[in-house]
Every structure is written in C-alpha cells, then in structure tokens.
Design a binder for this molecule. Structure first.
Ligand code: FAD
Length: 439
C-alpha cells in the first residue's frame, strides 16, 4: 500500500483573481455550503437554527442516490434527539439493528452488540439516506435563514482580488445559468471528489486502497436470512445492507478489476456472490444485466490543512473515508457538529474574518486526530483484505482452539466495537441547541 504525500490537482485559474461573471445572479449570505450530503445538510440545519443565514448548494436535483450508505449511528441518533426530531424520524420506515453479525467462512459471528451503549440509542438504524436528508432539509427549510438550492453545482470559489481570500462560490444551475454566492465562509462538504477542495489547491495525504466495490441490489431470499452486515468467504467479501424491500449489496473487488469482471461475464459474477454467501445464490440469479451493477471507487485520503482564509473543508471533502466499519456518514455529521459549535458563537458575535478563520482552524484541531485514528484502522483492514489473510481466520466448523478464542475475545470485542462503530473516536455534542425560528 503506497502511502505517499501527494499534492491535489493544480490550483484553479481563478486562484488569484475574482471570478467575475456579469450575467450571474448574486446572493449574499453568511455561510455558503457546497454539497448537500450528511455533512452539508446537517451543518446547514444547525446554522439556520442558530439564526445564521446559510445557502446550501447541491448539484443533484434530489437526494435519491443509491451509492449512499444508509447507516444512522447512535451518535447521530443522539443528535436527532437533541434537535427534537425524534418523532419525525420515527415516522419514517427504518430498521433498528441492536446487534450486527458477520459471517466468516460460513460461521456466523455476533461481532457487535450495541446494547452495551448508554440509553436510549443502543442500535445502528438503517434508513435510506435520502429519507434522512429529506427530513433534515425539511426541518431546516422551516427556518427563514436556510436556503437550499438543488440542481446547482459549485464550479469554483470566488476570491477577493489582492489577498486572494475566499469570499464565496461560483455555481451553475441545470439550466446553464450561473450564480455567485458571496459569503463570510465557504464550506466544502462536496464529498470525496470535492470541486471546492480542488479549487483551493489543498494538498492531501493519499492512502492507497486495494479494493473497489461492485454495488447492486438483491431480492430478500424467500426463506429469510438474519440481518447480516457482511459475508467473508474464502474468495469473496460481500457487504449486505438490509433495506425493507431488498438487500443492498456490495461485492469487494480488486481495485481496477471491474472491466475484467465484466469480460468474465455475469455468470461468473453471480458465482462470486454465491461463493461469499451460498444462501444468496438463488436471488443472485436476478442479476441479468450489467446495468444492475455499479462500480463504486473506494478512496482514502486526508487534507494536510482543512482550511484557508475564508474556506473550510469537512466530511469526505476533508478526509475521504473507506466503507470499512461504516463510519463515514457518522464522521461527516460529527464534523458538522464540531463546525457549528465553533462557528455559531463567532458568527453570532459579528464574525470578523480573523475570528472566522481561527474557528475554521479549530475545527481541524478538534476533528483531525479522531479521523486519523479511524483511517489508520481502516488501512489496517485494507491491508488484511489485500492479502486475503482475513478470510482464513476461521475454519468451518471452527476448531476447538478457535471456539475457545472466540469465547474469550468476543465479549471484549463486542462493546469496544459498538463504541467504535456507534460513536467513532471523540463523539461531538451540540453545545447550543437553538430553538428553531419558523418561517
Ligand atoms: C462504497 C461505499 C459505501 C459506503 N457505505 C457507508 C456506510 O454504509 N455507512 C457509512 O457511514 N459510510 C459509508 N461510506 C462512506 C460515506 O459514504 C461517506 O464517508 C459520507 O457519505 C461522507 O459524507 P459527506 O457529506 O462528507 O459527503 P457525500 O455524502 O459524498 O456528499 C457530498 C454531496 O455533495 C454533492 N456535490 C458533489 N460535488 C458538488 C458540487 N461541485 N457542487 C454541489 N454539490 C456537490 C454530492 O452530490 C453529494 O450530495 C461508504 C463509502 C463508499 C465508497
């Protein structure tokens, strides 16, 4: 795995001069957020609730996208409680998972048990992410301070002539019109391929990842299967996220091998799925066309500096997370809370540029270490996946020694894993829970 410091793409042409477009509509706000994912929508909601004008720009016309993870973690559930959104959350169909199993070489292991966490949120909840984002956006939209523009793509940052301070974002709507959003702070929450981060020219530490994910749906088997996070087979690893109507599946494949898989044909692909989980062999027959299978590239990186004067990166835009442990959404939301905790007092007190920049740097100081620790663990798992050694940890049936080791280790691992997956390192709590101002 090649861990090497590497610069992001070259700074944009607009780096040193203001990006003028006389035909562009202009909006002035306090905070402009690029990206309406978990980080962007949550931060927008928290700022708007605190009475701070915020514009969120999301390039897609809706939140309905398959590739998003669906996990709502105990830390996010705690936040939903803190925000008084529990009843609205509970009204949306979702699946609470108090325990998570993995199946290793055909042996079911109860690996994580959230019942060891403090009440009331002792489970990971599976809810389609578009439903969660719709809920947060709907709640935020009740505030006169929240302005969400869907179908508007940020294409560059705006810079002040002279000192180059970031003073907003330049965006393009689906109809081709342009929009200048002028803001005291621009937040990049536009994910792992962040346009804003590229425009800022921030160098990132890139970590090699040996796997990609082939993403597809399977019908739920008629005979039923217990809720299972994943199957680690002798020659394939399959993630299975139970959604109410179907299983959202991800088959881990060697990085860059998707075209080879396609050439091998669908029958071979179905056989791989079945080798990870023979119980899914029958429903895997439903994969009859490559259009049902999408390639999701896995990426792991972290910016050296998360901010420049006038701009801050959070979530995957600051640190692309691997799907390992399913914590990326949690980390994105935690970044949003940490940002709100530091920005709200500063912006509420007038928001001098120097104070805003200091708050942005404080976000990195707060969130960098927990992120680096989690990424180090994800890299450890990647290394194991890369060698295939992880698949040989258990015999089927387990030997007497393996059973003894499991008996001793699992009670220790379960609560630790529950905290790690449920909260991550250094969970955040909202400092000020502002009452929502209604339109
Ligand atoms: C295959 C795979 C599976 C995963 N599964 C899980 C899981 O189960 N659980 C989990 O916790 N994490 C999972 N992750 C990680 C998780 O998806 C991310 O860490 C998390 O989504 C980061 O949230 P974010 O808000 O920072 O960015 P994103 O969720 O990527 O959101 C960014 C948003 O910005 C928008 N956008 C992008 N560019 C622009 C632009 N120029 N202008 C305007 N808008 C823009 C995008 O449309 C998107 O809505 C997975 C990752 C991968 C690769």
């Amino acid at each position: 795995m090649g861990d090497g410091a590497q610069g992001d793409e070259a700074q944009s042409d607009a780096a040193q001069e203001d990006t003028r477009d006389d035909a562009a509509a202009v909006i002035a706000t306090r905070v402009c957020i690029a990206g309406g994912g978990p980080a962007g929508v949550m931060l927008g909601l928290l700022l708007a609730r605190a009475g701070i004008d915020v514009v969120v720009l999301e390039k897609h016309a809706d939140f309905f996208r398959d590739f998003r993870g669906d996990t709502v973690h105990p830390s996010t559930l705690n936040l939903i409680d803190q925000l008084g959104l529990r009843a609205a959350f509970d009204a949306i169909p979702h699946t609470p998972l108090p325990k998570l199993d993995v199946v290793v070489n055909g042996v079911r292991v109860h690996a994580i048990d959230f019942s060891s966490l403090p009440r009331p949120n002792r489970q990971v909840t599976l809810m389609p992410q578009w439903d969660l984002l719709d809920l947060l956006a709907a709640e935020a939209s009740t505030s006169p301070h929240f302005d969400l523009r869907m179908g508007v793509e940020v294409v560059d940052v705006l810079r002040r002539p002279g000192d180059g301070r970031v003073v907003g974002a330049l965006a393009r709507a689906a109809d081709g019109s342009t929009l200048r959003v002028e803001a005291d702070l621009t937040v990049a929450a536009d994910g792992r391929d962040s346009t804003v981060r590229r425009s800022l020219g921030l160098p990132a530490q890139q970590y090699g990842v040996p796997v990609d994910v082939a993403w597809f749906r399977l019908d739920r088997p008629p005979q039923g299967v217990p809720d299972t996070l994943g199957y680690l087979g002798a020659s394939a690893i399959l993630i299975t996220i139970p959604r109410p109507e179907y299983l959202q599946c991800g088959l881990l494949i060697e990085k860059g091998s998707f075209e080879t898989l396609r050439r091998e044909g669908l029958a071979a692909f179905r056989a791989r799925v079945a080798s990870a989980s023979p119980r899914l062999a029958q429903v895997a027959e439903g994969l009859t066309d490559w259009s049902q299978i999408k390639l999701l590239a896995v990426q792991l990186d972290r910016l050296e500096s998360w901010s420049v004067p006038g701009a801050l990166c959070i979530g995957d835009a600051a640190h692309a997370m691997s799907p390992v442990f399913g914590v990326g959404i949690n980390y994105a939301v935690q970044d949003a809370v940490a940002t709100a905790n530091r920005l709200i007092p500063v912006l509420g007190a007038g928001g001098m540029p120097r104070a805003i920049d200091a708050a942005a740097r404080a976000v990195q100081r707060r969130r960098e270490r927990p992120t680096a620790l989690m990424q180090r663990m994800q890299r450890g798992v990647h290394r194991v996946l890369g060698t295939g050694a992880g698949l040989r940890v258990l015999h089927n049936p387990p030997t007497a020694v393996e059973r003894a080791v499991l008996r001793v280790l699992l009670p220790v691992i379960r609560p630790v894993a529950a905290r790690l997956v449920g909260y991550g390192f250094r969970p955040e709590r909202l400092r000020v829970v502002a009452r929502p101002a209604r339109r």
